[in-house]
Design a protein around this ligand. Structure first.
Ligand SMILES: *Cc1c(COP(=O)(O)O)cnc(C)c1O
Length: 385
């Protein structure tokens, strides 16, 4: 979608002729928008998704970002939130009712897991996690009251994929809504709505914003579904993005194709180095074509996960020895990061872990630095592990 992609990033919705030719969009730092007559006000209130009236509902800078994201995903409509977690919570809570059953892919993003495991059951929603690498397992796990399937492909830490087209078809036949967290791929590498998925959720904090200076999220889908989210959790919970933060995400989007490509290419080199290193026990990276018949995922991003041969202590020594990689969570920024799974657990933890995870695992997000510099840093840190 190359020409279309650049037209969306550079031109769609900019209305430069209205804003003195400004190349960067104006930041509408205004909480309300006034109208000259009661009739005009009435019209704006009635169509709050489309017209600026109160910034919680519609702000032109935020709206520009939503329009570009919808176009990138091939969606009719999108809503932008103050974080990816807010977007996921809104997409789920707009549609589930007490007495419903919900299926969620195994090992999703941590706060998606917490929503499903801890919050939904308090409202009478039976929720369960499922290994969805086989679409047949999804069909077998459906109940008469299944209302929603939450997907994340590739998922967090181990990058397992779900067959989105097959699961969407199974769900559609039963009137079940499908929601897919597409943060790993961004719309540049995967467009789940075109495969039949109903709603796509993004954290924009990662690659789309790309500079580790803003949190944001989005939901994309059909206008009717987005209106339901808008008139529900979006307006009532109010987890909206500020105009200034929307501007930062718009600025990040302009260079998303270049950053994603650079990060993925460097990660390929880093992965080759690590896979051959004797102190690396295992390496995980998303493989396009795996877990789905078609070309669902067009390529891997800059994330990879390793497990250290020397166990959790070796992983800790390795992380402490890194000089160029910053030790913290998140990913998709300009800078390289290392995120040890053990940081999520108390020191010496021996209790249960989600299937397939172990405390010797470290996730690496490869940034924009020259890959040779990163490999040299990893090499010296592995020596100390
Ligand atoms: C980070 C992340 C989120 C949450 O996004 P925030 O903007 O941090 O709230 C959701 N899904 C995935 C896959 C993530 O990595």
């Amino acid at each position: 979608m190359s020409a279309e992609l650049w037209d969306i990033l550079n031109h769609l919705g900019e209305e430069r002729e209205r804003w003195l030719g400004a190349v960067a969009p104006p930041i509408f730092q205004s909480s309300m928008f006034a109208y000259p007559t009661v009739e005009a006000l009435r019209a704006a209130v009635a169509e709050e998704l489309d017209y600026p009236f109160y910034t919680r509902g519609h702000n032109p800078t935020v709206r520009l970002l939503a329009r570009k994201l919808a176009a990138l995903e091939g969606a009719e409509e999108a809503l932008v939130f103050s974080s990816g977690s807010a977007a996921m919570a809104a997409a789920v809570l707009a549609f589930v009712h007490s007495g419903d059953h919900l299926l969620c892919v195994e090992k999703p993003y941590g706060w998606t897991a917490a929503l499903v495991r801890d919050i939904l059951p308090r409202f009478g929603i039976a929720a369960e996690f499922l290994d969805m690498r086989d679409a047949g397992a999804v069909a077998a796990a459906l109940r008469p009251n299944t209302r929603m399937i939450v997907l994340e492909s590739p998922n967090s830490w181990t990058y397992e994929q779900q067959d989105l087209a097959a699961i969407a078809a199974i769900a559609k036949a039963r009137g079940i809504l499908t929601v897919c967290d597409n943060s790993y791929a961004t719309p540049l590498l995967q467009r789940p709505l075109l495969l039949g998925i109903d709603l796509v959720v993004h954290t924009l904090t990662k690659y789309p914003a790309g500079h580790s200076d803003v949190l944001a999220g989005a939901v994309c889908g059909a206008r009717s579904l987005i209106e339901r989210i808008f008139r529900g959790p979006y307006m009532s919970f109010g987890a909206v993005l500020s105009p200034h933060d929307a501007f930062l995400v718009l600025r990040g989007l302009r260079t998303l194709p270049l950053r994603l490509e650079r990060s993925a290419r460097s990660a390929e080199k880093v992965a080759s180095f690590l896979a051959a290193h004797p102190k690396v026990r295992a390496l995980w990276r998303a493989a396009p074509g795996e877990g789905s018949p078609g070309a669902q995922l067009a390529g891997a991003n800059g994330l990879l996960t390793i497990a250290l041969a020397g166990g959790a202590e070796a992983a800790e020594r390795f992380c402490n020895a890194l000089r160029r990689f910053l030790l913290t969570c998140s990913w998709g920024g300009h800078e390289s990061l290392a995120w040890p799974l053990a940081a999520l657990y108390p020191r010496g933890y021996r209790g249960p872990l989600p299937a397939g995870l172990s405390l010797d695992m470290v996730r690496l997000s490869i940034g924009l630095e020259p890959p040779e510099l990163l490999i040299a840093d990893l090499e010296q840190a592995l020596e100390q592990a």
